[in-house]
Design a protein around this ligand. Sequence first.
Ligand code: 173
Length: 326
Amino acid sequence: MSFLRILSLTAVAATLLLAARTPATAAELTLKGVSCFPEKTYYSERFEDLVKRVNERGKGVLQIRYLGGAPKVMPPFDVGKNLKDGVVDITGCTAGFYQNIVPEIDAIKMAELPVAELRKNGAIEYINKIHNDKMNAQYLGLLNAYGQFHLYLNKPITKPDLTGLKIRVSPLYRAMVEKMGGTAVTSPPADIYTMLERGTVDGYGWPAQGIFDFSWQKVTKYRVDPGFYRTEMEYLVNLDVWKKMEPAQRSLLQTIMLELEKEDSKELAVNDEQRKKQEEAGMKPIRFSPADEKKYLEIGREAAWESIVKASPEHGPKLRQLLTKK
Ligand code: 173
């Protein structure tokens, strides 16, 4: 056999071998991941956990390259747009930071059912469809879904009235703060410390969790109780990327997401733990009379649904039906 013939047979054999192997060994895919919060802070931990589990169990199949968190990697309010445009592939980001793209996601803070129920009754799939259409995103699910929000103040109040007070918000508290007569100022988390130190704002909205990550206990006098709404981080994958993923790659991501979701309710205990820690650090809880407390929560709830239905007359009422108790 001539040398050339051997060479060409070898080439044919190699091609056949490769073709036969292709389905079982599709190239490992690496997704670029970003969290909306600084690395290693409370609201990045779940995302970092997801990355770790995917990378441990997805060798040869799927990996996530964690670029880091906002604002180091990109401003927090840009993460949603960057996911939509395919600049990044997978994100863990709270609704308030991208509701300019998907106004309907504001409703998730009003969900009254455990996340497993939201999967069963079709709420998650409904929300996924809206993300497919408006954001070019696949909605994997939500984590950190058992925390509560609070208003934190440096001036005391005795009833649900914020008249004359400037409050730092993310879009999720805006309607509530305004309905209580306050002036809402939107800012990313990174600006809060300086705003409080300089007295540019009299308070801010934030969950029970995460205050100590940013040392805000040093510049915060009061916390208004009780907590309201529900925290959440939405887990999204760029839809073009999702569509190109192999079944094994998708199922690994979905399996790990469901695992984390099952573990998520442990966060319920963290609310009280964190509130106690804040008090130990000198922050004082403000409590209204029982009647005013009821009013406080009602104003918050009404403001939220009014603004959700106004932003999306099409999906708002349906989301209210899917997310709240009958
Ligand atoms: O920035 C915020 O106050 C905000 O919207 C948020 C939401 C969830 C967790 C932490 C912050």
